[in-house]
Design a binder for this molecule. Structure first.
Ligand code: SF4
Length: 492
């Protein structure tokens, strides 16, 4: 059986499109190559949002060509759209796909008479990304995206609904709606142009046990009707909104060409907090934009404090070829940018912990990602520096099944082993996704310790309790050790 291998860089939309390619190739009779297996077709789905992603894309293509000299390499994605000449002559590359809209035609050329209308699975986890929109025409002056994905393309609601229904019946419990400019969903569709709110409303009416999460949204596109809908369906929506602020200085926002002033952004955050119960607000902050002064940076620090973001993605400015910002003068020195990023990281850690503490005592809905067996600690994917000690009194394990949505109450809890004294630490894996838990089956079936490898519907990490109860904030290793009591059994 012919084999394929797919490497994906970049955003959720890219990951969705790679899944589409995977399913198309499988329909053609290809099989995904396992480690060490010969590869016939290698697909690299590139990203070009920063200089670093360009570098990584080229590195992966060369690595693939070295590892599988016989493989035909097909390169697609935003880097292929922006600079095909950089990639066309790399070893092993036989084809470039510059526009993802060409994917169905590419599969037809490979012999697939009926390319898929979407995806039907999304890997082993219980969450699936669903692309509903493509393209952006906003032209923020630092951003390369409108140059590589210029066309606004929204998928018709019926197609999206059928896809999500397939995924829910396949056992996916969380659907993450994604797009290049999600808030512009529907603008390009014929009248009566459904909005993002219309689409979310129809999705939430679909049968099945699942919840919806929205990926990045521009703050100015958060409509009151969307907030009312999400508030009314609080149990089926992850109250987490990612709103890129980029800077807290109005003069820098102007230079960036961002369509709002700080006051407008703060007003939207207040409206979100009015409608949603303790929502997690996360953001992107761009540090070192040309012309950024110390005062501009301090204004950004004050702004993120004022909002109280639960997570901040920090990006040092990376000039992108073809964007207006790449020609702008007065870039702060690299050392200054590095120092500001470090300062912002400390603020981000502190805000994250503050937000997590604000949830103690709450009852939240969590998605059980997997049930792990503690007997063989080696295969636990947690960055264990000290082995876990003993078991901790918490929850009857029967309540938890992988892929289940259930409610638990969050308490801070002193870890206690069977002899009753304080013991053990708990850890926070680096890139855990929010609101997922892993259940560690304790040595005795009755009790299981629960580690939040992320956070409940909102957030979750907290304190590492030393036996004396001392905090270790600097280490950024937090875990909420929940003496949780399952309030209601899983709905599977
Ligand atoms: S909204 Fe701005 S930052 Fe976002 S993709 Fe469009 S141009 Fe880029």
């Amino acid at each position: 059986m012919p084999t394929f291998l797919i490497y994906t860089l970049g955003c959720k939309v890219n990951q969705y499109e790679s899944q589409y390619v995977r399913e198309g190739l499988e329909r053609l009779g290809f099989q995904e190559a396992r480690a060490g297996e010969k590869v016939d077709i290698g697909v690299v789905n590139t990203c070009t949002v920063t200089a670093e992603s360009d570098l990584k894309s080229r590195k992966i293509i060369r690595h693939l060509a070295r590892q599988h000299p016989e493989a035909k390499l097909v390169v697609m994605g935003c880097y292929a759209s922006r600079a095909p000449q950089d990639l066309a002559n790399l070893p092993g590359v036989v084809q470039l796909i510059r526009d993802k809209a060409e994917l169905p035609e590419w599969l037809r050329q490979l012999g697939l008479a009926d390319p898929p209308q979407g995806i039907s699975s999304f890997g082993p986890r219980h969450r699936a990304f669903v692309k509903v929109q493509d393209g952006c025409q906003q032209r923020c002056r630092y951003c390369i995206v409108p140059l590589v994905r210029p066309m606004l393309r929204s998928r018709f609601p019926q197609e999206v609904l059928e896809e999500i229904q397939r995924l829910v019946w396949a056992g996916y419990r969380e659907i993450v709606l994604t797009g290049i400019h999600l808030g512009h969903y529907g603008l390009d569709l014929p009248a009566p142009r459904p909005s993002l709110t219309d689409l979310v409303k129809e999705i939430l009416e679909l049968p099945g046990s699942f919840r919806v999460r929205l990926s990045s949204l521009e703050a100015m596109e958060i409509r009151p009707e969307l907030l009312r809908l999400l508030s009314a369906q609080a149990d089926r929506f992850c109250p987490h909104l990612h709103l890129p602020l980029q800077s807290g200085s109005n003069s820098i926002l102007d230079r960036m060409g961002r369509p709002y002033r700080l006051e407008d952004f703060l007003k939207i955050c207040d409206q979100i907090r009015f409608w949603l119960d303790s929502p997690a607000l996360t953001t992107d902050i761009l540090i070192g934009f040309p012309g950024e002064t110390e005062e501009d940076f301090q204004a950004t620090c004050r702004a993120v404090e004022q909002v109280g973001f639960s997570k901040i993605h920090i990006f040092p400015f990376s000039p992108r070829p073809g964007t207006p910002a790449a020609q702008m003068p007065d870039r702060p020195p690299v050392g200054v940018v590095r120092c500001r990023c470090e300062q912002m990281r400390h603020i981000a850690q502190r805000l994250r912990r503050q937000y997590m503490e604000s949830l103690l005592g709450r009852t939240v809905q969590v998605l059980v990602e997997e049930v792990l067996d503690t007997t063989d600690k080696e295969d636990l994917s947690l960055p264990l520096s000290t082995p876990l000690k003993g078991e901790y009194s918490t929850i009857p394990c029967g309540h938890f099944t992988s892929g289940s949505l259930c409610k638990i109450r969050l308490n801070s809890h002193t870890t206690q082993n069977s002899s009753g004294s304080c013991s053990g630490k708990s850890y926070w894996p680096q890139n855990a996704a929010p609101n997922n838990v892993s259940v560690l089956r304790g040595t005795s079936e009755r009790y299981v310790p629960v580690y939040f490898l992320g956070s409940p519907s909102w957030i979750g990490q907290l304190l590492v309790l030393q036996p004396q109860g001392v905090f270790e904030p600097e280490q950024d290793r937090f875990a909420l050790w929940a003496g949780a009591i399952a309030e209601n059994p899983c709905r599977v």
